[in-house]
Design a protein around this ligand. Structure first.
Ligand code: DCP
Ligand code: MG
Length: 363
């Protein structure tokens, strides 16, 4: 029995953009932006090739902005079937080494290779083989992070992208965590990172100086998690059967809501909770579902799908608000509101709803 677990986190490099470059050789070496077109309304960047990132183009940025930053960029619509197919192939490769595979999205997964199927023993060796087979069998590159915990493995895979391999041994974890900037913490969103910085907390080392009580006071439940994580304590197991189908929050009100303002106020709170949960689990989804229960217990759901992944408050709140408006709230008393996000892994075709249906136009 090994004393430490051997965890590998694999994450594909510029995933959608790399698939496009592979399938369209004329795109190789060029700045590619996958997402909505800049001339369309509301187009957003799903991802950009590394050539486009040099200009500052990033995921979730309006395509218009991407065009300003990189006028020569080639904009392409996503082809989800191609990404799903590549995702299936990389998963097949993972299962050659272990059955303990926990996919987080189409392009990333945790693997526990403490007892690998082929008795290779070295997690570094396994990560190298996986990267090599991904390259040979899909024509794409991946980055790997290797450590004894999920938290560190996940951060490590990002450190030497693209085509990186980063190992953080058990004795190095505490030092690694001390130097780590708070915004790199997996589960710390922009809002929390900014709050931390305002408090003079810039690195794991700064967090380590705080007591567990202080951290809990300022950051709630997550505070306890931070307390442990900066000390290298992360015993979370790789969960092969965990496939999040949806994640959300709802609230039943003590009295029925009749005013739009009140409804929006409640929706805002629910959206904040959903957003925090998604960020905690580092999940992004493509579908937002609004659930409404009326005073007579009649219940309806309305949803909106996006061609890219979302987990930010703005999108969740504004979309839910819009869905609520489209549901004809006049003269209705609302007892419960709920928001959930789904479509994390199983990507289906882009839903194109009619504009006059009140749906947003994405491309
Ligand atoms: N994605 C998306 N919307 C986002 C973030 C990501 O649609 N806001 C999609 C496109 C990405 C894929 O998910 O290609 C994987 O996301 P990553 O965060 O792993 O980003 P990339 O693989 O593109 O780049 P990196 O090399 O940084 O991992
Ligand atoms: Mg990736």
């Amino acid at each position: 029995m090994a004393l430490h677990r051997k965890i590998i986190h694999i994450d594909m490099d510029a995933f959608y953009a790399s698939v496009e470059q592979r399938d369209n050789p004329e795109y190789k070496g060029k700045p590619i932006v996958v997402g909505g077109k800049p001339e369309g309304r509301g187009g957003v960047v799903a991802t950009a090739s590394y050539e486009a990132r040099k200009f500052g183009v990033r995921s979730a940025m309006p395509s218009k902005r991407a065009k300003e930053l990189c006028p020569d960029a080639i904009f392409v619509y996503p082809r989800f079937d191609a990404y799903k197919e590549a995702s299936k192939k990389i998963r097949e490769i993972f299962y050659r080494y272990t059955d303990l595979v926990e996919p987080l999205s189409l392009d990333e997964a945790f693997l526990d290779v403490t007892n690998d199927k082929l008795n290779i023993g070295s997690a570094i060796e396994i990560a190298k083989l996986i990267k090599q087979q991904i390259k040979e069998e899909t024509g794409l590159t991946a980055s790997a992070g290797i450590s004894s915990s999920k938290f560190v493995a996940k951060i490590a895979s990002d450190l030497q992208k693209p085509d990186g391999l980063t190992f953080v041994g058990p004795s190095k974890i505490e030092g690694f965590m001390e130097k780590l900037p708070v915004e790199k913490f997996f589960g710390v969103g922009k809002v929390t990172a900014n709050k931390m910085k305002k408090m003079g907390l810039h690195t794991g080392g700064d967090l380590k100086k705080m007591t567990e009580e202080e951290l809990t006071k300022y950051f709630g439940k997550s505070g306890r998690f931070f307390y442990k994580i900066v000390r290298g304590i992360d015993n979370r197991e790789v969960q092969p059967h965990r496939e999040h189908k949806s994640m959300g929050a709802e609230d039943t009100f003590s009295y029925d809501l009749t005013e739009e303002d009140e409804m929006n106020e409640q929706l805002e709170k629910i959206a904040q909770t959903v957003c925090k949960r998604l960020q905690k689990y580092n999940l992004k989804g493509r579908t937002i579902t609004l659930k409404i229960k009326y005073h007579d217990f009649k219940q309806i759901t309305r949803n909106q799908s996006f061609p890219y992944l979302i987990n930010d408050f703005e999108t969740i709140f504004s979309t839910s608000k819009q869905l609520l408006l489209n549901s004809n709230i006049d003269d209705k008393k609302i007892r419960l509101l709920g928001i959930s996000i789904s479509n994390f892994i199983a990507l289906t075709g882009v839903s194109k709803k009619k504009k006059n249906n009140g749906q947003m136009e994405l491309f």
